[in-house]
Design a protein around this ligand. Structure first.
Ligand SMILES: Nc1ncnc2c1ncn2[C@@H]1O[C@H](COP(=O)(O)OP(=O)(O)OP(=O)(O)O)[C@@H](O)[C@H]1O
Ligand SMILES: [Mg+2]
Length: 118
């Protein structure tokens, strides 16, 4: 089934762009991967973003997002996701790393922004 992906509003679209940009920069700089995949889905009022690579993976302390185990890049991703009321999960997928982000498709002002196909 294919249909047009809805516009999500500038705040959410910018956040998703920055999250994917930082995650792909991390794949390039750290993963030693041969392959990376980005998925973007909208389902039941939530946006799901997934950046997966088949590289060397991440250590457990990073997977658990323990404070102090990551740098400015992941801090930025975490802040954006939290500001938008979403969840961030890092998985060591052996081989590789997967970053999963789920964000409610509502703006911080509480307006529904899903389905606006402008
Ligand atoms: N896809 C990945 N594969 C392997 N290791 C990763 C991956 N993404 C992140 N990491 C590890 O997580 C660490 C923290 O990432 P983070 O983006 O916070 O900082 P950084 O990339 O080192 O520096 P910067 O603050 O410039 O982004 C990295 O140094 C790296 O060790
Ligand atoms: Mg980084």
């Amino acid at each position: 089934m294919s249909r047009e992906f809805p516009r999500l509003g500038p705040e959410l679209e910018t956040a998703i762009f920055k999250i994917v940009q930082e995650s792909l920069t991390n794949v390039f700089r750290h993963a030693e991967a041969r392959r990376a995949e980005v998925r973007l889905e909208e389902q039941d009022g939530r946006v799901f973003v997934c950046i997966a690579d088949n590289g060397k993976g991440i250590a457990q302390h990073l997977e658990e997002l323990q404070t102090g185990s990551y740098g400015i890049g992941i801090t930025g991703i975490k802040q954006r996701v939290e500001e938008l009321g979403g969840q961030l999960v890092f998985r060591n997928t052996a081989p590789g790393t997967t970053v999963e982000v789920r964000i409610p498709a509502k703006s911080a002002r509480g307006q529904s922004v899903v389905g606006r196909l402008s």
